[in-house]
Design a protein around this ligand. Sequence first.
Ligand code: NAD
Length: 469
Amino acid sequence: MTSINMSNNNEQKIIDIVKSQHDFFKSSSTFSYEFRIEQLKKLKAAIRKHEDEFIRAFKIDLGKSEFESYLTETGFVLLDLSDTIKNLKKWMKPKRVKTPLIMWPATSKKLYSPLGVNLIISPFNYPFGLTFAPLIAAIAAGNTAVIKTSELTPNVSLIIKNIVDETFESDYVAYIEGEIPETTLLLEQKFNHIFFTGSPRVGSIVMSAAAKKLTPVTLELGGKSPCVVDKDANLDIAVKRIVYGKFMNAGQTCVAPDFVMVHKSIKEKFLGKLKQRIIEIYGEDASLSDDYGRIVSKHHHARLIELIDQDKVVVGGYSDKASKFIAPTVMTGIVPGDEVMQDEIFGPILPVLEYENIEDAFEVISELSQHPLAGYIFSESKIIQEKFISNLQFGGGCVNHCLQHLGNFNLPFGGVGDSGIGSYHGLAGFECFSHTKSIFKPVTWFDHFSLLYPPYKKYKLDIVKWLLK
Ligand code: NAD
């Protein structure tokens, strides 16, 4: 058994688990390619075994459809595992780099060594993928890990716990159940790396705790991700892709477009098409759609309802407290000072602002959120696309689409500034959980370094000056 619940005691068990992971890591057992591959394959088999149980769990916790659960959670993780298993040997190979002339004859190389014992803390919105994606990277890089999932998705968490318990010993990978007290206790332990996915507020708590022990952190946070629709955009495509990106998982996606800035000349047409598209895919009453999710908790439901200004609603606006439902909602006539524009929305509410001049749009975006996690531009103009990409700072994004940059494992995924520190996915994930150790190896049959040793002579300086030109 590798899972712990504080209510059943168990501060000492948390402390013991972390200690046992340090001991196990020191044994070097996790280092070899064979060990890592075996663990990844075991994990894949365990996920496959429990695959069907997730359908029900995602439905209860987040109202997710089977399709969305598979695409964004189970399937995503299985693909990540296949990609990692396929590429691990290549990633682990030391990389030879050039050696400057003055240091010849010698070789220089970069080696990837595991960081050690990792703490992985995940959020509620994609509870499976955002727990296992970092765990896969941690295993691939030869580490041990303690994982802590969100208390808001208990049904998915229970299956994660079962998978971990069945697959790993607790001195290698352990699952800790719990809420703030358990996480606080975990944060008091010594880890070699903390990988946190969640809100900027809790990210700051995690980073403060890590600072006390000088523990490196990777923070995958959120922010108000902008989406610009310029006057020459392919409007039908833009609307389809924005509705998809915004209302998937009932808007509870870290990279969902938080708000749209649309060119004044196409605003009415855009709003009309938005309404049509929302009805087309979720029906006149989205609460009857099997494909539309629910808000994770009563607290978040109440928070989101507060953000809806009925006077500004052009689509949706209706909700149901008992089932934690909020209709896909679009609001217009929004200005930057409105309440809905102050923080990341993280729900199915899409404010639409208008602009006349693209530079003005950029200014508003920068004022609202200097470093959002994602940025999206819909335009057929390469100049506008390039301006958006180079003038605004954001973690990553898409041209003429939403969310999809996250699905390509060849692209590092992470934030910038206050939307995050570090990145992962594919090779970037392996690197995130590795230390790049630089090794310089000169020959011993010839000591060209004598040129650099005292006594310093004029002729030595001349040679050095020539070599360092
Ligand atoms: P959250 O920050 O409330 O919780 C994240 C984790 O921290 C959970 O496991 C929770 O139990 C724990 N936690 C909560 N309060 C804590 C405290 N005081 N001390 C220690 N641990 C604590 O985030 P959430 O509500 O679960 O998720 C939504 C946020 O996560 C949004 O801001 C979203 O943008 C962000 N997010 C980012 C990414 C990304 O990849 N960058 C992905 C998903 C979600």
